[in-house]
Design a binder for this molecule. Structure first.
Ligand code: GLY
Length: 554
């Protein structure tokens, strides 16, 4: 059932693809990805071009001041997952955000203490060096040109500026960058120029990422932090490394699901919920029916209860592998009743929770983009500076907005973060630890061949959106636009609320209320992008129909 608001976001379906396909939330970013393909780049180059351009034209969501996760499938069949999540500064202690024993949420959301060491740039550089074909400097220069010349902000950008104005005004550099250059009430179509960001991109193009992690940028940031009550140091920047992890893998009705492992919770819970739902005949329930929404919601509740207990950075906590086992799903599924919503009182105990765990490796925020090329390279990448304009901190002269991903830690057990998520020991703040994420860049394969790249933006709803896109692709055989247009819903265990898009329709909502769900209706939930290769060799792609993004091909 398509939402009434689903009139944006372009999509395509074509067998005329000669180079590759790109889907992002912003037309200029999609264009940048396509141009990378035009000049001989592969899907990895296209994804890097998208990321760098999104950092300019969609900079309230993501950028090099933040982090990202990349799930890559290479033309030779290898799968690589690159973790570019931020890390806590070495001086971070678990009570960092407590004042008089209570969490002060402003500290984890705005300003110096909110900032984790950014990981996106190092990750893009690694992806480019290992798997790309174009020099990253060339992609940086293209994005710098847009920042220099300016671009028309879209509706989403304008509304974020209006929503965040009060917070942005507490930071002179952010005010000068984002508010002073635009009318008092920003509107779509207003032109924004970011010459300072262009300058930073050009420094990186000329000097390499060392400029950022070990050079002038790191030093200037450390001085700023020291002067403004922060704890981030130049040594924290110098120590940052992207981590190559083992992807989390599952199966669903014969398809292979490959997604992002901890410190994302996304992949684990998308697969945990799919395992649960495999035990139910969703197809015969029908997409958007009360039975469908009910059973998926019950599965979400069980998984999110597990998230709150078990999930955290695998370098610091043992995340049980059993969470994604079919055996555990069978056990959990027995708790689901079709006639009423059950109360989930606590997390489950996955099999071998003490012995088998993920290996130590040696409101809409965030953005997801998908690319693929005809050679067989596929990318699903989700990138973020966390909430709108991150920490709002911009080191003077750089134009780089720093993230507030420190808020994704559990500041105190049971105390919700910005997204209402609770956590425990596993996600407590520790020096150099990575905060738990929900970002779920996911690839779906059939008989070893990639068929779908998908992921989403929007805090914990990322997991639900990605899950629903996969269900609608596999159970209901929908093409990407329809799979993304379908009414969304989300339950994260706590608070006990079933958030639904209005388009589910009143009869379904009434039946859900009757079964005991505490339904909260929203006009629209999240933003997902997807690219698909059909069995007949034709391609399809879609930007979220709720947004202004584009999907296209070369
Ligand atoms: N910033 C949202 C997440 O990482 O889950």
């Amino acid at each position: 059932m398509a939402a009434a608001t689903n009139t944006g976001g372009t999509s395509f379906s074509s067998s005329a693809v000669r180079r590759g396909v790109v889907a992002t939330v912003q037309p200029l970013a999609t264009q940048a990805g396509l141009e990378a393909l035009d000049i001989g780049g592969n899907a990895i180059d296209a994804a890097i071009a998208c990321a760098l351009t999104l950092g300019v034209v969609d900079g309230h969501n993501s950028g090099i001041g933040g982090g990202c996760f990349m799930t890559l499938r290479l033309r030779d069949g290898r799968v690589v997952t690159l973790d570019g999540r931020e890390t806590a500064p070495a001086a971070a202690k678990r009570d960092l955000f407590l004042r008089d024993g209570k969490v002060d949420a402003r500290l984890s959301q705005d300003g110096a203490l909110a900032v984790g060491v950014p990981g996106e740039l190092a990750t893009l550089e690694q992806a480019s060096r290992r798997f790309g074909r174009l020099p990253m400097a060339r992609l940086l220069e293209s994005a710098a040109r847009i920042a220099d010349q300016g671009f028309a902000i879209d509706h989403s950008y304008a509304s974020r500026l209006r929503e965040t104005e009060r917070e942005l005004k507490q930071f002179p550099e952010a005010t000068a960058l984002f508010l002073n250059g635009l009318p008092e009430i920003p509107a779509a179509g207003n032109r924004l120029r970011l010459p300072a960001l262009a300058w930073s991109y050009r420094q990186i193009a000329a000097q390499g990422v060392g400029w950022f992690y070990r050079g002038p940028y790191a030093q200037q940031t450390a001085s700023w932090m020291q002067a403004h009550g922060g704890i981030l140091t130049a040594a924290d920047f110098a120590a940052y490394q992207p981590v190559e992890r083992q992807p989390v893998r599952g199966t669903y009705r014969g398809y292979e699901i490959i997604s992002f492992p901890p410190p994302s919770s996304g992949g684990v819970h998308v697969i945990e919920i799919l395992n649960l739902l495999e035990r139910f005949d969703l197809k015969s329930m029908g997409d958007g029916s009360a039975n469908f929404v009910h059973v998926v919601t019950e599965a979400m509740k069980l998984a999110f209860a597990d998230r709150a207990k078990w999930l955290g950075d695998p370098e610091f906590t043992r995340v049980p592998l059993g969470l994604v086992s079919k055996e555990y799903a069978a056990r959990l599924a027995r708790q689901i009743r079709m006639d009423r919503a059950t109360e989930v009182t606590a997390a489950g105990v996955p099999p071998q929770a003490e012995t088998d765990y993920f290996e130590r490796e040696r409101r809409r925020h965030t953005t997801h983009f998908s690319t693929a090329d005809v050679e067989g390279n596929w990318v699903a990448c989700t990138a973020s500076i966390n909430t709108s304009f991150g920490s709002k901190v911009v080191i003077p002269g750089t134009g780089i907005v720093l993230n507030n991903h420190m808020d994704d830690f559990s500041a105190q057990p049971g105390v919700p973060n910005f997204f209402g998520l609770v956590g425990a020991e596993a996600n407590a703040i520790e020096a150099r630890k990575r905060p738990l994420s929900s970002m779920s860049p996911t690839l779906v394969l059939l008989n070893g061949r990639p068929v779908l790249s998908v992921g989403a933006a929007g805090g914990p709803t990322i997991i639900s959106q990605t899950l629903l896109a996969v269900l609608r692709t596999i159970d209901f055989q929908l093409p990407p636009r329809e799979a993304l247009a379908g009414a969304r819903f989300h339950h994260q265990w706590k608070p006990d609320q079933l958030r639904v898009e209005q388009s589910l329709g009143e009869p379904v909502l009434a039946e859900l209320r009757r079964r005991g769900h505490k339904v909260v209706v929203e006009s629209s939930l999240g933003a997902a992008q997807a690219v698909m290769l059909r069995l007949d060799g034709s391609w399809a792609g879609s930007a979220d129909p709720r947004g202004e993004g584009t999907a296209s091909f070369r």
